[in-house]
Design a protein around this ligand. Structure first.
Ligand SMILES: NC(=O)c1ccc[n+]([C@@H]2O[C@H](COP(=O)([O-])OP(=O)(O)OC[C@H]3O[C@@H](n4cnc5c(N)ncnc54)[C@H](O)[C@@H]3O)[C@@H](O)[C@H]2O)c1
Length: 280
C-alpha cells in the first residue's frame, strides 16, 4: 500500500479552537486527524503559542511574527483559528506562499475587498481556501441547490445574556425579557454589523447560498433558549429544507460553539483520508 505524505499543518490562533484542533492532529481514532503533524504556530500572544507548543507531541515552534512563521518549514495548510483581523493580516500572505488556508473567522469574507484579495492570491498560486461549515449544518445541501434557491432564512435564538453587548441589542440591555422577542429581522449584510457574534454563521450560510443581501436573518432573545439555536430554512425549485442546531458552547470559550471546532477537525481529516467520503 502506498504511504500517504504527512499533512503539515500550521495553526494561527492558539485559543480554545486552535488548541483543540492542534491536539487532534496526529491522533488516531474518532475525533483525531491521523497522518498529519502540527508544524508551526502563530499567535499575537506569545504565551498562548508557547503554552500550546509545549503541550503537543510534535513540538512545533511558536511564532509571533508572520514572516518567521511562513519561513519555518513546508506547511501544506494553515488553519486560521484566531480572528477576523488575523484573516486580514495573514490570509493573503499564507495563500501567496502557496499554502492552503482553512478559515474559521468566515465573517471576514463579508468584506468584499478582502474576499477579492484572498481569491486573487488563491488563484495566483493554486492554494485552496477552505471554509468549514463551522457552527452550522446543511452547508453541503445549500451549495448543492445554490443555483435553484429562492429564499434562505437563519433564525438565531439565544438567551439575552448571550446577546448582551451586541450593538443591535443596545435598546434591550437591562430590560426584563420574560418571553421570546425578535430583536432583529433583516438581511445578513446588516445583521453582521449589529450582531457581530452571529457573523460567522451568517457569512458561511450567505457564501454557500444567495449572498448577504438576500439571506434573511432573525435574531430572537429567549430566556429559555436551550443553547445557541440556529435554524436554517431554504426554499427553491428543489423543494425546501430546514436545519435546526442546538449548540453547546465550547468549554473554554462560551462565545464559540463546540461544533465549530469539530467541523474544522473534520475538514482537515477529509484532506488526509483519501478513502470514502460521505456527504461532500
Ligand atoms: N465559523 C464558525 O462557525 C465559527 C464559530 C465559532 C467561532 N469562530 C471564530 O473562530 C475564531 C477563533 O475562535 P476561538 O474560540 O478559538 O477564539 P479564542 O479567543 O479562544 O482564541 C483566539 C486566539 O487567536 C489569537 N489571535 C487573535 N488575533 C490574532 C492575530 N491577529 N494574529 C495572531 N493571533 C491572533 C488570540 O491571541 C487567541 O490566542 C474566532 O474568530 C471566532 O469568531 C468561527
Amino acid at each position: 500500500m502506498r504511504q500517504a505524505k504527512t499533512l503539515e499543518i500550521g495553526v494561527i490562533g492558539c485559543g480554545s479552537m486552535g488548541a483543540e484542533l492542534a491536539g487532534a492532529v496526529g491522533r488516531d481514532g474518532p475525533g483525531g486527524i491521523p497522518g498529519a503533524r502540527v508544524t508551526a504556530l502563530l499567535d499575537i500572544d506569545a504565551e498562548q503559542g508557547r503554552s500550546l507548543a509545549s503541550s503537543l507531541a510534535s513540538h512545533p515552534t511558536s511564532f509571533t511574527v508572520e514572516s518567521e512563521f511562513l519561513a519555518c518549514g513546508q506547511m501544506d495548510i494553515v488553519a486560521e483559528c484566531a480572528s477576523q483581523i488575523a484573516v486580514r493580516e495573514h490570509g493573503a500572505a499564507v495563500l501567496s506562499s502557496g499554502i492552503s488556508l482553512l478559515l474559521m473567522s468566515s465573517g471576514a469574507l463579508m468584506d468584499p475587498e478582502l474576499f477579492e484579495s484572498l481569491n486573487a492570491a488563491s488563484a495566483a498560486t493554486g492554494a485552496q481556501i477552505i471554509v468549514p461549515s463551522g457552527a452550522v449544518g446543511g452547508i453541503d445541501a445549500l451549495r448543492a441547490v445554490q443555483a435553484d434557491l429562492k429564499s434562505v432564512t437563519i433564525v438565531s435564538t439565544k438567551r439575552p445574556a448571550a446577546l448582551s453587548g451586541a450593538p443591535g441589542f443596545a435598546d434591550w440591555e437591562g430590560r426584563e425579557i420574560t418571553e421570546p422577542v425578535t430583536v432583529f429581522d433583516g438581511p445578513a449584510a446588516d445583521a453582521v454589523k449589529l450582531f457581530p457574534a452571529n457573523v460567522n454563521v451568517a457569512a458561511t450560510v450567505s457564501l454557500a447560498g444567495i449572498g448577504p443581501e438576500r439571506t434573511m436573518v432573525r435574531v430572537v432573545a429567549d430566556p429559555e433558549a436551550p443553547g445557541n439555536v440556529h435554524e436554517i430554512r431554504a426554499t427553491g425549485g428543489f423543494g425546501e429544507f430546514n436545519f435546526r442546531l442546538v449548540n453547546r458552547p465550547h468549554p473554554k470559550n462560551p462565545k464559540t460553539s463546540h461544533l465549530a471546532v469539530l467541523a474544522a477537525i473534520e475538514s482537515l481529516r477529509a484532506l488526509v483520508n483519501p478513502g470514502m467520503r460521505v456527504g461532500t
